[in-house]
Design a protein around this ligand. Sequence first.
Ligand code: CA
Length: 142
Amino acid sequence: MSALVAGDCPLPYEPLDDTRCIFLDPFVSYTWQGAVDLCKGHLGTLLSISDCNTFALVYDYIESQEVTRGKHYWLGATDEAEEGVWKFTDGSPVPLGVPFWAAAEPSTDARYNCAFMHASYYHYWYDTTCTSKYFPICLRNA
Ligand SMILES: [Ca+2]
């Protein structure tokens, strides 16, 4: 299978790999639910990462442009339904530990139920309040 090229992904998405498209908005920040809804509106899902390869691709995408660097991005991961049980918005389990989460993350703080990629710590994952406002990354299939 050949890699997707520009035009294979519906705007505002761009190719991420052979099958997936990515849309990152580095200009408007949202609450976690706001970011979930934004991605749904674009027929995608808020960033879901379940393997190292996808983490690396998204990392490289963020670092590839000056305007997208140095910002916190939401993951579509929450433990709102059950404290300590992290799930993506499609109900699939969120991987724990290295190389995804920062050391000692996620916290055991019951106020912190949404996960984001930390701008100044190699985009490692942290949990925080879902009403924080960070930037959205949506994924969808081409
Ligand atoms: Ca929590």
